[in-house]
Design a protein around this ligand. Structure first.
Ligand code: ADP
Length: 523
């Protein structure tokens, strides 16, 4: 470690009042630029802290600035022509090797992810698996990347459309899926022939370092993938405004997404945004209640409620309302909160002190709402095994009215709001009555009700008799309204983010044939 490096904790604060140099066993991770692992230009670092135990420093990472972004963008620009001209099936061969490396290192990556992000090992294993699935899916596209042919309107003329890479892509990612979300962006961008600069969330850089290391080991050429770690304002913002970055693919909060979109608009870059959610599970009176409870508990408290698809509202038909809420509380009460590395843990910590502050703030807001009842949880755990981490009890509010803030705003923590409804139509109206449109679910045994709800819900994802969380990589992922700006990640639809269409006309008539001219004979 260079002598000039300083320890800077989360949000720029020194962590635990100790400098990094007093913990020499902690590993330092650099930026990856032009095929080299290099310290930040200013030589500064920040610490990545385990949210289950803040004494545990997971690693030290390059605290980067605009200078580092400029270097990374230059490297990506230099590598662009060669990578774009590499045939897609050859690019795919490298990506298949990335998948093999991820499989080989899966348990190590999962353990490191639990340490830096907090979620339980089964979920971090799932996160790495999602990256593996995404890698193979993207690599498979290397032998497709389909365009199309279509008849031309004139004789002896051929018409087709081909995909071309967008160019240099900036990828900005959040902390809740620290390898899966970077993989959703990185691998499709690469198979399409783009070069990238990726800026992972400051809370979880290690999982992205692992993904980029796998790319380097697999033989992705120098400069094609570049990684710059650091904070949003210092590193994300200069990436958004860099004149050579053609597209920004962003996942994070709706507020930051709006800033990213505005930055892109100023220089006509393309923003592809995935943002917040206020997802809903509808439970009808004919539902399998036990199944609906399992879905609700998993959807609301899986990943400690820190998924953009988390079940933060449950709209329940009045006929089964009492039965449902009683069982939900009994079931959620039994969840074990603790360090995600312990196999007995069901619910890990939340990500950091700011998250504790925000979530506890919403719990207070819910308690003050006239009519809503705090039926379970509501407290931060600060004793014994929970003393050093960011632990909040699974929390259930009942008798919530649809317009209350806890039923409208994204909390991003282990808090769910149960709302009674008289009918399917009212349930759908409540379900649609938020600014977001990511994921919705209905539990019913009536196929007519299920299809009616599917048709009426204005969301990007819809589940029948299954929780609001659990997307698969070969289906498009994204949402309506304040959740997104019309793009979809995953599936083959992601190719429309990372390529642009080129329409090609081939005239083999040997004469000038004019289009956009009225061919009709004058009357
Ligand atoms: P969350 O609230 O989930 O942490 P954010 O939207 O703040 O979500 O962060 C998502 C990603 O966006 C992170 O990598 C973060 O560093 C980055 N980011 C934050 N602010 C900005 C900004 N002004 N410009 C670009 N990226 C930013």
């Amino acid at each position: 470690m260079a002598q000039t490096q300083k320890a800077v904790g989360r949000n720029g604060k020194r962590t635990n009042g100790r400098s990094a140099s007093s913990r020499p066993s902690v590993k330092t991770y650099n930026n990856y630029i032009g095929g080299e692992w290099v310290p930040s230009a200013g030589g500064e670092i920040f610490e990545n802290i385990n949210p289950a135990d803040t004494r545990d420093v997971v690693g030290r990472f390059a605290l980067s600035t605009e200078d580092d972004i400029n270097r990374a963008v230059d490297a990506a620009a230099t590598a662009a022509a060669h990578w774009r001209r590499t045939p897609a099936p050859r690019r795919a061969e490298i990506l298949f090797r990335v998948g093999e490396i991820l499989i080989r290192n899966k348990s190590q990556y999962a353990a490191e992810m639990t340490r830096e992000m907090g979620k339980v090992l089964k979920e971090t294993g799932g996160d790495v698996q999602e990256a593996i699935d995404c890698t193979y899916f993207a690599a498979g596209e290397g032998r497709r990347l389909h365009g199309f042919t279509t008849p031309a309107e004139m004789p002896d003329k051929f018409a087709m459309c081909v995909r071309q890479p967008v160019g240099l892509c900036g990828l900005i990612t959040p902390w809740n899926f620290p390898m899966a979300i970077p993989s959703w962006k990185l691998l499709p961008a690469l198979i399409c022939g783009n070069t990238v600069v990726i800026k992972p969330a400051e809370d979880t850089p290690l999982s992205t370092v692992n993904l980029v290391e796998a790319c380097a080991e697999a033989g992705v050429p120098a400069g094609v993938v570049n990684l710059v770690t650091g904070y949003g304002e210092a590193v994300g913002a200069p990436l958004v405004k860099h004149k050579d970055v053609r597209l920004i693919s962003f996942t994070g909060s709706t507020e930051t997404g709006r800033t990213v979109a505005a930055g892109c608009a100023e220089r006509n870059a393309i923003p592809a945004l995935e943002m917040g959610g206020k997802n809903v599970q509808i439970v009808m009176d004919d539902a399998d209640i036990d199944l609906a409870i399992e879905g609700a508990v998993w959807g609301a408290f899986g990943t400690t409620g820190q998924r953009c698809t988390a079940t933060s509202r449950i709209v329940v038909h009045k006929k089964v309302y009492r039965q449902f809420t009683k069982k939900l509380i009994e079931r959620a009460e039994g969840l074990r909160i603790g360090n995600g590395a312990d196999p007995k843990t069901d619910v890990g910590p939340v990500i950091n002190a700011d998250a504790v502050h925000k979530i506890m703030g919403y719990i207070e807001i819910g308690e003050r709402e006239d009519g809503a009842k705090l039926a379970l949880g509501g407290k931060r755990l600060t004793r014994g095994e929970h003393a050093r981490g960011f632990f909040i009890e699974p929390t259930v509010f009942t008798d919530v009215a649809p317009e209350m803030r806890i039923a409208q705003e994204e909390i991003f923590g282990p808090v769910t709001a149960v709302i009674p409804a008289d009918s399917l139509d009212q349930a759908v109206e409540i379900a649609n009555g938020v600014r977001y449109g990511l994921s919705a679910a209905i539990y019913t045994r009536d196929v007519n009700r299920a299809f009616h709800a599917m048709n009426e819900m204005y969301t990007g994802i819809f589940y029948i008799n299954s929780a609001t969380i659990g997307a698969e990589v070969h289906l498009p992922f994204g949402g309506t309204k304040a959740t997104g700006n019309g793009h979809r990640e995953a599936g083959t639809q992601v190719l429309d983010i990372f390529t642009e269409w080129k329409s090609v006309y081939i005239d083999y008539s040997g004469r000038l044939q004019r289009a956009q001219i009225d061919q009709a004979e004058p009357q």
